[in-house]
Ligand binder design. Sequence first.
Ligand code: URA
Ligand code: SF4
Length: 200
Amino acid sequence: MCAFERSEKGMEFKMYNNWEELEESIENCNKCKLCKTRLNIVFGTGKKDADIMLVGEGPGGDEDKQGIPFVGKAGQLMNKAFEGLGIEREKVYIANIVKCRPPSNRVPEDDEAEACLNYLRNQVILVKPKIIVLLGSTALKNICGKEYGITVCRGKWIEKKGILYMPTWHPAALLRDENKKIEFWKDLKEVVRKYEEIKV
Ligand code: URA
Ligand code: SF4
């Protein structure tokens, strides 16, 4: 079951009606321990009614300093790949599972992701994307479920409640592995192909 479906059944889901309310609600957030070490909350960026949304793991050092997602090395590599396919960064909406940097860029812990997911759910509801690209294992597991593994699932569409999810490698993994770069490119090409097919 997708995290967005789980949340709708749970009691903890709080829905905001517009971007102003949502953005206001996250100011000074202290719902998890990451609030103690962050410099800035990295809320999200891009087109607020984009058809394609990208979800990463959490801010790194550069993102923490600037308050903007994917501005570091991994982000620059990702931007290049998207630009190569004719999709500028401004045309998609980009967010992360957790909005505050985990110390030493460790993987967000379950309680942190749980605490933060309400913001992402609201972002998805407001953006209404047709396609969500899940960048890496943390995005895949927190949105689709712990039973999903990135090695098996990457490159294959998952459809839930009218949204198409494409799991692929996290851009940071590309910096270490040429093969993953090729697969990432292939997955993004499939996203573009599908988008052309379904867009009205
Ligand atoms: N890695 C992520 O997952 N998100 C960012 O914003 C930057 C690096
Ligand atoms: Fe709040 Fe999310 Fe930051 Fe935790 S990671 S303090 S839940 S904004």
